[in-house]
Design a protein around this ligand. Sequence first.
Ligand code: FEO
Length: 170
Amino acid sequence: MNKRVEKALNEQIEKEAFSSQFYLAMASWAETQGLNGTAKFLYTHSDEERFHMLKLVKFVNERGGKSIIPGLKKPADSFKGVEHVFQLLLDHELSVTQSINELVDICLQEKDYTTHNFIQWYVSEQLEEEALARTIIDKIKLIGNDKGGLYLFDRDLENAAIQIDKPATF
Ligand code: FEO
């Protein structure tokens, strides 16, 4: 496997692993706030990020490279509220999108069209995740300080978590 591509893929493995930890911290915080639907949504999202990481680990190893499993960095553990959580989530996804785009660029520079093809799955996934985070933030802004609205929002997110709760496939 091309060494520059391998290095970039290993950096992406670390980013996906951190995303999983970050959303796990958000999920745990939401659970302690009685926001069970939000917690379920974020636990599911954390699992998805682990799947993103695993998919990269397997790809690198199958193509003759060596995946490096990163250590755990401690994410934030307290948040100001749901809007803060989802704004951080969106900002984080934007930075992940940027690094996926850089990976695409490296694949093209190194003429690694197989990895380029593989990475397209992540390009589409980022589009979906950014759109979802923006929709959620728009809903939170509509709710404002309405406690009843927050209750309904939390319930809706639980349903959203059930819909995206799909078994990981490779
Ligand atoms: Fe795996 Fe949400 O980026």
